[in-house]
Design a protein around this ligand. Structure first.
Ligand SMILES: Cc1cc2nc3c(=O)[nH]c(=O)nc-3n(C[C@H](O)[C@H](O)[C@H](O)COP(=O)(O)OP(=O)(O)OC[C@H]3O[C@@H](n4cnc5c(N)ncnc54)[C@H](O)[C@@H]3O)c2cc1C
Length: 183
């Protein structure tokens, strides 16, 4: 896979478009300018990448109100971006668009030497901001098979079902969710 950006560009982008959320959730702040970050503040955890993985991790860690987390994102803020908010407009968001890393694959021998776009979100929310918001879930059999194969009941349908129910709950952003807002 190749990128059109050099490592130096990458670092510059990371600093230039750093959006950092200082959690915990009850009192989180979104910064879109790294220079606005409080100086001399210490964090228990620094997480790089505010896609779903980084965001969920930050959210879970800050369920303990005494844990300070800095979540850093290379891309810009997603708030108020019409094309990010309407689900099926995702097809207009990549490749070679402002919220995409603009990766392409190396030449594929199985595709007559062609390279193809490899979209990855570069924006607050990561891939979830540029994806199609399609949700589907494996069947009970799938998960029970994982449990049987791994010998780990944690993969079984009954063990996972409470979490499937949990992710179905829509959590609206707080009304005051704006740049540099504390909520
Ligand atoms: C076009 C497209 C359509 C999709 N459609 C669907 C769908 O309909 N349904 C579905 O369930 N899934 C879909 N997916 C998949 C889903 O979006 C991904 O599985 C998910 O976003 C992966 O989450 P992640 O946190 O692991 O990584 P990502 O979402 O890629 O998040 C990583 C984040 O880290 C940031 N980052 C990377 N490097 C740095 C750095 N050095 N410094 C700071 N920040 C950095 C990135 O900018 C990005 O925001 C789609 C994905 C794409 C690309």
């Amino acid at each position: 896979m190749g990128s059109k950006r050099s490592p130096t560009d990458f670092l510059t982008l990371t600093l230039a478009f750093c959006a950092a959320a200082v959690l915990p959730r009850a009192r989180a702040t979104l910064f879109t300018d790294p220079s606005a970050l409080p100086s001399h503040k210490a964090y228990d955890y620094i997480i790089v990448g505010a896609g779903p993985s980084g965001s969920v991790l930050a959210s879970r860690l800050t369920e303990n109100a005494h844990t300070d987390v800095l979540l850093i994102e290379a891309g810009p803020n997603d708030a108020g971006q019409f094309s990010l908010e309407v689900p099926l407009l995702a097809s207009q968001l990549q490749p070679n668009m402002a919220f995409d890393w603009n990766y392409t694959t190396v030449a594929q021998s199985g595709l007559n030497g062609r390279t193809i776009p490899y979209p990855r979100g570069r924006v607050l929310g990561g891939g979830t901001s540029i994806n199609f918001m399609i949700y589907t879930r494996g069947s009970k059999d799938d998960f029970d098979n994982y449990a049987a194969l791994t010998g780990d009941e944690g993969w079984s349908w009954n063990a996972l079902q409470p979490y499937f129910k949990k992710v179905r709950v829509v959590q609206h952003s707080p009304a005051s969710y704006t740049t540099n807002a504390v909520y």
